[in-house]
Write a protein that binds this ligand. Structure first.
Ligand SMILES: Nc1ncnc2c1ncn2[C@@H]1O[C@H](COP(=O)(O)OP(=O)(O)OP(=O)(O)O)[C@@H](O)[C@H]1O
Ligand SMILES: [Mg+2]
Length: 377
């Protein structure tokens, strides 16, 4: 039998829950061609949300085309331009011949090499002479606008893991170039999202950076307990099993409403359930999940400095005034400078999330493991 929960893949249809407000807002942004920036920590559901809203927006507006670009493995401007051109052409041409025609029509200076990939769906692949593009990126950057105007379409370009551009050589220069072009577009809009909050915040909320005030900022939240519990219940029921209210709430609680882990723990609980899932089963499943991840957690912990670990220990104990001498002494933290340094480094490496000054653990299972195993020993 197919299992009723997914994690690590984009959640669609029955596997997608809640986010009604966010979906409606995004659909509105897309159909009105307003630039949008979405920020949330890893695995909270950005890709799933954008995916869902894109499909809904295109169903509403038949002139709208939305293309999806993922920068997860893109490390330089060259890779960025290729992908942008490729995806915009693929999303706006219905046939291979049309795509070839578009390449000829919309690139006057650049001559891309074009090929039909052997992949299913026959995605178009483009390649450029990099030296040419470096001197002349304008055509690629304005491609969506030009095509949209010419074909009477509206285009939204969605770019995932956008923070990667801050690792490109001369990133600020590159960002300036993007912004200078994109802010003039009237028939194309951009939805930029990513999971490294501190890097995304730098790119979009620092007044000295080119992308400052580029579009509407959306901070995605986790999924609420009532929505999660209703979701667990219905997915259990779909497969002829059931789950107690308290057990369903416990899954949300133990995973701190983290969407990915909520689905994973629900899955592990479901697998252990014959007919009816109880709190006891959820606790067993949770213990198994922690056990399964513990090796990874050991590896992460080994990369941390002693002072960082002391700081985490104080955080986990719920200490509020970590800067006070008493607390610093108790946890052997050497100074207030050390607190600041540890905090910054732990945010940088994604162990902690900093949301408007409030720090929290990105990974609720890691926090649990530190508390109950690592620091308890
Ligand atoms: N709306 C949702 N309903 C139910 N589960 C969800 C939802 N959104 C996300 N999830 C769960 O979280 C997982 C991660 O979702 P998704 O890949 O969309 O997140 P992301 O923020 O794009 O992650 P990443 O930072 O890795 O790119 C999904 O596989 C699914 O288990
Ligand atoms: Mg994603």
């Amino acid at each position: 039998m197919e299992t009723p929960f997914v994690f690590g893949k984009v959640a669609t249809e029955k596997n997608f829950t809640d986010r009604e407000k966010e979906t409606a807002e995004l659909v509105q942004q897309f159909t009105s061609l307003i630039n949008t920036i979405i920020i949330s920590p890893r695995r909270w559901g950005k890709s799933s949300l954008v995916n869902k809203a894109a499909a809904a927006a295109m169903a509403q507006d038949d002139r709208l085309r939305i293309c999806h670009i993922d920068l997860f493995n893109v490390r330089d401007e060259g890779g960025f331009y290729t992908l942008l051109a490729q995806k915009v052409i693929a999303a706006t041409a219905t046939k291979w011949e049309e795509a070839v025609g578009d390449v000829k029509k919309f690139f006057s200076r650049l001559v891309p090499k074009i090929a039909l990939s052997a992949m299913p769906g026959n995605e178009i692949s483009l390649d450029f002479d990099w030296e040419e593009v470096r001197h002349n990126p304008d055509e690629v950057l304005d491609l969506a606008e030009k095509i949209a105007e010419e074909k009477g379409l509206k285009i939204v370009v969605c770019i995932d893991e956008f923070q990667n551009i801050s690792e490109f050589a001369d990133s600020v220069g590159f960002q300036k170039r993007l912004r200078a072009h994109w802010q003039r577009h009237r028939h194309a809009a951009y939805c930029l999202y990513g999971s490294k909050r501190h890097m995304m915040m730098e790119v979009f909320t620092d007044a000295s950076m080119p992308f400052y005030k580029f579009g509407t900022l959306i901070f995605l939240e986790k999924i609420g307990t009532p929505q999660l519990t209703a979701f667990f219940k219905s997915r259990f029921a779909d497969t002829g099993k059931s789950i107690d209210d308290t057990a369903a709430r416990l899954i949300a609680e133990l995973t701190d409403n983290h969407p990915y882990y909520a689905q994973q723990l629900a899955q592990l609980s479901w697998l252990r359930t014959r007919d009816r899932c109880s709190e006891e089963i959820v606790r067993e499943a949770h213990a198994a999940l922690v056990e399964q991840l513990s090796l990874l957690f050991v590896t992460i912990t080994e990369t941390l400095t002693t002072q960082q670990l002391y700081y985490l220990k104080a955080l986990i104990a719920g200490e509020k005034a970590i800067h006070s001498t008493a607390v610093m002494n108790r946890y052997r933290i050497s100074s207030a400078t050390s607190v600041a340094r540890s905090k910054a480094a732990l945010i940088e490496c994604d162990v902690l999330d900093n949301k408007g000054g409030a720090v929290s653990f990105q990974d609720p299972i890691y926090a649990y493991w530190l508390k109950t195993q690592y620091f308890a020993g």
